[in-house]
Design a protein around this ligand. Structure first.
Ligand code: M6R
Length: 369
């Protein structure tokens, strides 16, 4: 069943180009317009929405954090993101015009299911992004957009995460399409670029060998930090979560701009720091700011693993290990930037002799609150 791979996780990482392609399949028309009628939400209902709340746990929550950037930018709707276990214990302001988007690979996560029930109880509409057909969350929600990752066996989520991002991008772009926002041309171009992402994910998979070598050399470290900005920030959180789950190491993700507000005190000689660099063709200012962050941490002796877009020449000299990822539009960067971090965690855990498919204390789906 592992098709020659040592672990399901490695197989599932390799399946990502196919999973992304399958999740896009049939949803982009010949004319570049999106067709998501299967969602069972009418265009009028989508036009009436005035706020979105994304709710999920763990890796799916990180997909929600990234979706917020996409929904705000493309659909221009106010958007919040919440971990499901907190959602119903505060007083979220929910109305009929609030769309709650829950994201769950398994569709059985109890915290997320309780959030669905809470939101529906307050008359909000709930759209589920789910990987398992007929799962409890997909049955109890008003609408569903399925991801087509195929069965994910390894406890650590990989291909399901990439397909959740694709589904969220599709929802954000579809909202922009039906609501007729000002970036009409940008939307058409982005849809085209989104359609090309399966081959970009393949490309990045073919360049991760140096990540493996670095990961093996870090097996005796105790702590790894991850930094990112903009959509790279949730990618950093996801990289840190993967490492905690699989390598049982202290790993933390930060918004790089927060470094000077405290975390920089952690930087010490030899500390491994992974940095996800925003595309220089996006908001140049945040790219340049993260380059100075890399210089600062390097000056304090940290070992840097830098993930940057191909052709980004500004960062190479500050990187102990440099991984190039293909150029894609800024908001789509998590689809390629996450892949080296998955490989990093898997390889490091393997070097430590851990069971990467069944990490200690964890279950594939968490069906208790
Ligand atoms: O099935 P779900 O997407 O609802 O699961 C949510 C989390 O439990 C899950 O993403 C967890 O964080 C994974 N083990 C991450 O690798």
């Amino acid at each position: 069943e592992k098709d020659g791979y040592d672990h399901f996780m490695l197989k599932e990482i390799a399946e990502q180009p196919r999973a992304v392609a399958d999740t896009l399949l049939g949803r982009i028309g010949q004319d570049g317009r999106l067709a998501l009628d299967e969602m069972r939400l009418s265009d009028q209902e989508l036009r009436d929405i005035n706020k979105i709340i994304l709710v999920a746990c763990g890796t799916s929550y990180h997909a929600g954090l990234i979706a917020k950037y996409a929904i705000e930018h493309w659909a221009q709707l106010p958007c919040e993101v919440e971990v499901a276990s907190e959602f119903r214990y505060r007083d979220p302001i929910l109305t009929r015009d609030t769309l709650v988007i829950v994201i769950s690979q398994s569709g059985e996560t109890m915290d997320t299911l309780m959030a669905v029930r809470h939101a529906r109880g307050q008359r909000s509409r709930v759209l589920a992004v789910c990987n398992v057909n007929g799962s409890t969350i997909s049955r109890e929600s008003d609408a569903v957009l399925y991801t087509h990752a195929g069965p994910e066996v390894a406890v650590a989520s990989t291909k399901a995460f990439l397909t959740q991002l694709v589904a969220c991008y599709l929802v954000a772009l579809y909202l922009a399409q039906v609501r007729g926002v000002k970036f009409g041309d940008e939307i058409t171009q982005i849809v085209e670029r989104l359609a090309q992402t399966p081959s970009k994910v393949s490309e990045v998979l073919s360049t991760v060998e140096p990540v493996r070598a670095l990961a093996r050399s870090l097996a005796d470290e105790r702590c790894v930090l991850f930094l990112g900005r903009h959509v790279g920030f949730p990618v950093a959180l996801e990289g840190a979560l993967k490492l905690k789950e699989l390598a049982y190491m202290h790993a933390e993700g930060f918004a790089a701009g927060e470094l000077k507000h405290g975390p920089i005190a952690l930087i010490d000689r030899g500390l491994p720091v992974v940095v996800v660099v925003p595309s220089p063709s996006g908001q140049r200012v945040i790219h340049d700011k993260i380059v100075s962050n890399i210089q600062e941490i390097r000056a304090r002796g940290a070992r840097t693993l830098v993930i940057a877009e191909e052709g980004d020449d500004a960062v190479g000299r500050y990187a102990d290990t440099l991984i190039h990822i293909p150029a894609v539009p800024t908001l789509l960067q998590p689809l390629v930037a996450t892949v080296p971090l998955q490989v990093f965690a898997c390889e490091l855990a393997t070097a430590k002799g851990h069971d990467v498919d069944q990490p200690r204390n964890l279950a594939k789906s968490v069906t208790v609150e």
